[in-house]
Design a binder for this molecule. Sequence first.
Ligand SMILES: Nc1ncnc2c1ncn2[C@@H]1O[C@H](COP(=O)(O)OP(=O)(O)OP(=O)(O)O)[C@@H](O)[C@H]1O
Ligand SMILES: [Mg+2]
Length: 278
Amino acid sequence: MKVLDRTREVMRRDRVFDFMMPKVVFSPDLDTRHGPILYLEGVTVSFDGFKALNDLTLYINNGELRCVIGANGAGKTTMMDVITGKTRPDAGSVYFGQKIDLLRMSETDIAQGGIGRKFQKPTVFEFHTVYENLELSMAANKQVWHTLFARLNGEQRDRIDRILELVGLVEERHRLAGVLSHGQKQWLEIGMLLMQNPRVLLVDEPVAGMTVQETERTAELLTSLAGEHSVVVVEHDMEFVRSIARTVTVLHEGSVLAEGSMDEVQNDPRVIEVYLGE
Ligand SMILES: Nc1ncnc2c1ncn2[C@@H]1O[C@H](COP(=O)(O)OP(=O)(O)OP(=O)(O)O)[C@@H](O)[C@H]1O
Ligand SMILES: [Mg+2]
């Protein structure tokens, strides 16, 4: 009976990790020589005739930190859904680097191929420690799932230590993720995404529900990630956007209304009319 239970346990684990196993890892071949790492051109998404994205053309440069703002329903989340393969557009093209056609890839392959996404609600393993959460996310992408049953090697431990430091959770490493504050959970999830070494990080409303200090810490964290990663941040908190933004894209009714520095877009009469001036 005991043996049977153990077998079940192992089989269940196998099933869990099977779908997480990487099929392709193309990040090293990514062609960003022309500047952009993401190309969205003429992208249209219709829901029952309503265009959530309407001929959207947008480029994200390699290593940049881009903020995307816009009123509720402007299409910001839908844009992320298209990049990550969750929603398929009716028209347009979406490329990762110059050559990788994201519209021909599954959602899983896109995630494993170097585009990480942080949803608004933190999704950490509450009954595992912070450290174990990072271990598990390394397993998800790097074909090292067997390390869950063995010891991590020195390089892997160093990597986890680096990420713990980066996201400011060194002190919390042995605490259960479930007892962390909302902000700490968000950072842990960012850390978990980083374990998979993504080239692009898409972050939807990261500071919603955070305290002022947590918001400031998140601004520092996202700023520090740019360069090595390309980071796309959707956020309604304008003070936060101002504190991190270099280039801001304003979406309106599924297309780009304006793009530029925070000052430029805030002083753009069209933006004032439809969004900031409301
Ligand atoms: N699966 C869906 N089915 C039908 N309509 C949808 C679906 N997803 C999004 N929409 C609609 O598309 C529009 C754009 O939604 P989206 O979630 O992209 O906006 P958003 O800019 O992220 O807004 P918010 O700031 O409120 O998060 C909205 O009008 C929304 O109701
Ligand atoms: Mg949204």
